[in-house]
Design a protein around this ligand. Sequence first.
Ligand SMILES: C[S@@+](CC[C@H](N)C(=O)[O-])C[C@H]1O[C@@H](n2cnc3c(N)ncnc32)[C@H](O)[C@@H]1O
Ligand code: SF4
Length: 307
Amino acid sequence: MNKPITYAYLETTNYCNLECSFCNRDEVIGALNHMPIPKFREMMEKIKHHPIKEAKLMGMGEPMLHPQFDEIVQIFKEYFPNAFLIVATNCQYTIQNGTKLRERFQHALNYIDLLYFSIDGYGESYERDRSPAKWSRLLTFLKDFKEMDRRGCRVTCNYVVNPQNVSDIQRVSDEIVDGYGLEELRLNIAQDWSSDKSLPGGYTKKQLSYLKSWGDNVKGKNEWDFEDCFWVNEAIYTTVEGNIKMCCMNTGAKPFGNIFETDLEDIRNSVDYQNVKLGCNTNNPTSHCKNCSYKELVPMLQEIQMV
Ligand SMILES: C[S@@+](CC[C@H](N)C(=O)[O-])C[C@H]1O[C@@H](n2cnc3c(N)ncnc32)[C@H](O)[C@@H]1O
Ligand code: SF4
């Protein structure tokens, strides 16, 4: 028997304007695609009976590149008015006065509860890790955003930390988070989402103790085991094609089914799905979970606590 779904992570486009060094998007996406509005509605119909409390409308792409992104968030809220809706954006496009994108962005703010601005590093290090992003384009975006009515939407900075950008945290906090009135600086230790585990790691003790000084700004759980995995019990991850995956940590995995082709409960009841779920629930993970980056982050976060 499956629990109802309370958390949804839905990809509405896999188009992106960047190739970030820490993101495995190019490894896992299929043909480029924006989910058509009728398909998005169809998906809502298929999940509407679930008590979704929180949702992320993102995935392996830049959500704001969807040509009807504002309609997507509006429709989501039509179906789930009380769900807390989070969106992440890379801010590498123009929302200058008079542009279509500004109108769409402004409209979308009515429906988004929390917007993450993905900004990692300052100046050169930002441009290095978020290639071909430009720092100047980011500053123009932030200047244009500053004049906007946020319509109650909270906005934070989501900073993916690696050993090469630790030293920029303070400047981003002072000049970007404080300078543009963002609510919080969220520091996420870069997770290795790649299948070959090729993301370089290796922090010095000094860097770890510096990270410790950022306290609650550093996100993630320093105590976690597979039996704590909520994805297998009460979450859903869908790709732009409607494929069902288990979680956002293993987007390269073979889908368990497609929500437009097979009933969602049949997919969740399939042998493969149930095996992964049972593996986690009994703390005896299957091979599906061997690269879980939650699990990999635990010792790292513990080290930060202990230095
Ligand atoms: C995959 S992106 C999609 C949304 C959008 N394109 C963006 O960059 O904000 C969603 C979030 O995941 C973060 N992210 C990407 N790769 C990551 C990694 N290896 N570890 C932790 N967070 C990562 C991004 O910085 C972003 O905040
Ligand atoms: S992190 Fe976001 S902006 Fe960067 S490549 Fe991945 S999807 Fe694109």
